[in-house]
Design a protein around this ligand. Structure first.
Ligand SMILES: Nc1ncnc2c1ncn2[C@@H]1O[C@H](COP(=O)(O)OP(=O)(O)O)[C@@H](O)[C@H]1O
Ligand SMILES: O=C(CO)[C@@H](O)[C@H](O)COP(=O)(O)O
Length: 481
């Protein structure tokens, strides 16, 4: 491999299932080295991970990168959004982190929404109506169920903050990730003291919000650190905001990410506030906004259905009249935290491949319902939908999104858009450039475009009909929720 032309930077994606690290040449965007290591997520009613697993996975991913990581001039960490990390006075986790897909705090989400002026208040104040994913609902759940853990907590962090702090020794976050907590006022761009007081969280426990383009710190002295001392550390951000940086998207370009979560989002210059709660009015990592809708059931749910049927994930068959709502983890979009999976329309001649196709259709339907809502009204409908995340590699996912959206679909060749976005943020720190402009210079979104086909309105209407008719069943708690 030829020598790098410019300084090296490292971008990290600490997502739900694994941590990935890329060492990137800041001048060209060439990936010089990469590594990946998994984490475990608890099963049963909750979804938890010990934050120390993220650190160990980061160190392992960087070890796989070899010497290149130690030569990096700057690093940045993108991480799964919303997770509640509680640290004691020594910076050690008080308990495992409560993750974004843990729905146990659904009652707290409902209660907080009612207690503080309803959906309209929350949407206007924080940009979002709190769902069970949001950090504020997890803190309220912890206060109710484990008050001793709350008493032991001396610092509250998000996943990317935790990793950044282990590098720099300083508690920092950024506007993109903090906008998903539920305790950040999006118009004022500041912690919301009224909400914090309401949930009994002392603002002194929260990290400093670093501005876009500001240095969060530098790698501290320590023999156990995977970087050289003094390496600059960028603010980092949530994984969706990092992928938006990594694609260099401009307003009007829709993105769909298919991973543990399914997300649809777009960059907007307008702060959004949707009182229906479908769209979360997140901030992006630059100074704009990132209206986003998120599902809990995406690649893992569809892979689970394939495994139950004993099929390869690509073994779909067309012509299905079966509807499968794959809400194995409860659901966030639509907001049905108590739901479980639901099958309707099974016949003697239904094939296993058709059932699998129905799972893809159900997962994609949830996301497409929010697509127009995340885009500005003047967005050009002929703009291709950018498809990213692990699922974007799959033909069945690509074809399902194409058929149900009726839009052209572009699949970037670059695989790790979150880590690339973090790398672009680190590069921007060195050159003074806008990270999205860095990503455009690197041409990260380049990839084949699948032409638009006629939208399959019949399937969309059938799924919407089952969803509406089954509402009472889907709202009813089952044994494990
Ligand atoms: N070729 C493929 N086709 C379809 N799905 C895939 C493929 N490769 C990986 N996946 C799915 O991608 C998921 C991981 O995606 P990723 O975006 O890395 O997740 P996360 O960021 O949430 O940890 C896995 O659940 C797996 O099912
Ligand atoms: O909760 C959200 C967005 O609001 C999720 O998108 C998480 O940020 C987790 O992402 P992945 O691990 O699936 O990438």
């Amino acid at each position: 491999m030829s020598a790098a032309e410019g300084p090296l930077v490292v971008g990290v994606d600490s997502s739900t299932q694994s941590t990935k690290a890329l060492v990137v040449d800041a001048s060209t965007g060439r990936v010089v080295a990469s590594g990946q290591a998994p984490h475990t997520v608890s099963s049963g009613a909750g979804r938890e991970t010990d934050p120390r697993q993220w650190w160990d996975a980061l160190c392992e991913a960087l070890r796989q990168c070899g010497d290149a990581a130690h030569e990096a001039a700057a690093v940045s960490v993108g991480g799964q959004q919303h997770g509640l990390v509680t640290l004691d006075g020594r910076g050690e986790p008080v308990r495992p982190a409560l993750l974004w897909n843990d729905v146990r705090s659904a009652p707290q989400a409902r209660r907080l929404t009612e207690e503080l002026g309803g959906s309209k208040f929350w949407a206007e104040r924080t940009g979002s109506v709190p769902a069970a994913s949001f950090t504020v609902t997890k803190w309220a759940w912890l206060a109710e169920h484990e008050p001793e853990a709350v008493r032991a907590t001396k610092a509250v962090r998000l996943p990317h903050d935790y990793l950044t702090e282990r590098l720099t020794g300083q508690g920092t976050t950024d506007r993109g990730d903090v906008s998903g907590t539920g305790w950040w006022a999006s118009a004022a761009e500041a912690y919301d003291e009224e909400i914090l007081a309401h949930v009994g969280l002392d603002p002194a426990l929260l990290p400093r919000v670093v501005r876009p383009g500001e240095v969060a710190g530098s790698v501290r002295d320590g023999h156990d650190l995977p970087f050289s001392r003094g390496t600059l550390v960028a603010p980092g951000t949530g994984d969706n905001a990092a992928a938006a940086l990594g694609l260099g998207v401009r307003p009007g370009v829709p993105v769909m990410s298919l991973g543990t979560s399914g997300t649809v989002y777009a960059v907007s210059q307008r702060r959004t506030a949707d009182p229906s709660g479908t769209v979360a009015g997140f901030a992006d990592a630059r100074g704009d906004w990132l209206p986003l809708a998120c599902t809990l059931n995406c690649t893992l749910a569809v892979d689970r259905v394939a495994a139950l049927l004993g099929l390869d994930r690509e073994a779909v068959e067309p012509g299905t009249a079966v509807t499968l709502l794959p809400y194995l983890d409860g659901e966030r979009t639509p907001n049905l935290p108590n739901a479980s999976g639901l099958l309707h329309g099974l016949r003697h001649d239904t094939t296993a491949g058709q059932l699998l196709q129905a799972a893809y259709d159900g997962a994609v339907h949830s996301l497409l319902g929010a697509l127009d809502l995340v885009l500005d009204e003047d967005a050009d409908p002929s703009e291709p939908l950018l498809l990213i995340g692990g699922g974007a590699r799959g033909t069945a996912w690509q074809q399902t999104v194409r058929r149900l959206s009726g839009r052209a679909v572009q699949v970037p060749e670059a695989r790790e858009l979150v880590a690339l976005g973090a790398a672009a943020q680190a590069a921007g720190l060195l050159t003074g450039e806008d990270p999205a402009a860095v990503a455009r210079r690197w041409d990260t979104a380049a990839g084949p475009v699948l032409d638009a086909v006629e939208r399959d309105e019949e399937t969309l209407a059938r799924i919407a009909g089952v969803l509406s008719d089954a509402a009472p069943l889907l709202e009813r708690p089952t044994d494990t929720h």
